[in-house]
Design a protein around this ligand. Sequence first.
Ligand SMILES: [Zn+2]
Length: 282
Amino acid sequence: MARRDWTDEERYAALKLYFELEFGQFHKGNRSVIALAGIIGRTPSAVAMKLGNFASLDPTLDRKGFTGVSAADRALMLRFHNHPERVVDEIERAVDRISLPSITEASIISAQLSDISDSTAEMSDHAANFDVSGRPTVGFRTARVRLNQSFFRKAVLSGYRFQCCVCGLGLHRLLDASHIKPHNEDETYRLRPDNGLSLCRNHHKAFDEGYWALDGRLRLEVDQKVRKLAQADETIGELLLRFDGEQIRAPFRYMPSTHAIEWHRENVFGKSEPIFGSKQPV
Ligand SMILES: [Zn+2]
C-alpha cells in the first residue's frame, strides 16, 4: 500500500477513538481499531501507531524520547489541550463528514447507559439545525452541548477504566464524569479531561459538597466535620473515612489538573456543614 499522508479528518477520527478507548486497547487487533482502519482505508497497524503517538503526546505523562510523532499530531494535541471546546467541535464535524459511526463498544455501552444520549443522529440533519437567518437553532445548540458532554464523559470514564477513582465501583450507570472545577467557574475547563474525575454518585456528591478533597499527591482528605461524624456513624466511615489519606486510582491519561484540585480545595472543601439525618449519631 502506497504511503500517503493522514488527512485532518482521519487524524480527528483517530483522536476521537483515542479518547474513547482504554489503556491496553491501542493495538492492531482491537475491533474498534480495525473498524476505523477499514473506514479510512488504512491498516490497523497504522491506526494503532497513531493512537500510540497521541498517548505519547499526553502533556501529563512523561514519555519523553518517543520518536516518530509528526508535527501535525503534536500540533493537534497541543491545540486540544489549550482549546478543547474548539477541537471537540472540529472532531465531531470531521467524523460527520466521513460518516463514521460510533465505533467503540465502550461508546455504545456508555451511550446506552448514560443519561446523556449520543447526539450524532440529531446532528446529521443539518437543514433542521439553522433558522431562516442562518443562526443555529436552540435544538442545534442543545445537541452540541450534549455532544460535548458525551465526549467529556467518555474521555474521563475511559481514562479511569470505568471505575470510581475512590472506591473502585465499576457499574457504568452509577458513574459520573465529575468536574473538579465547575465549568460555570471557568469555561476553558469544561471539556478538559484533566478537569474530570470518574466518581460513583455518592463520592461525586460528597466531592461537590466539599466533604473531601485531593492533595497535591492525589491523596484523599476528608473534611474534619465529616470525620467527626464518621467516628460516631460507621456508614459515613465506610463511605468516606476509610479512604482518608489514600491515593485515588489514577487514570492512565490526563492526570487531574493541579490548578483544578487547588481551586476545589480553596473554594469547596470543608465549606458546607454536613447535615445528619434525624437519627443523631451516638
Ligand atoms: Zn465511589
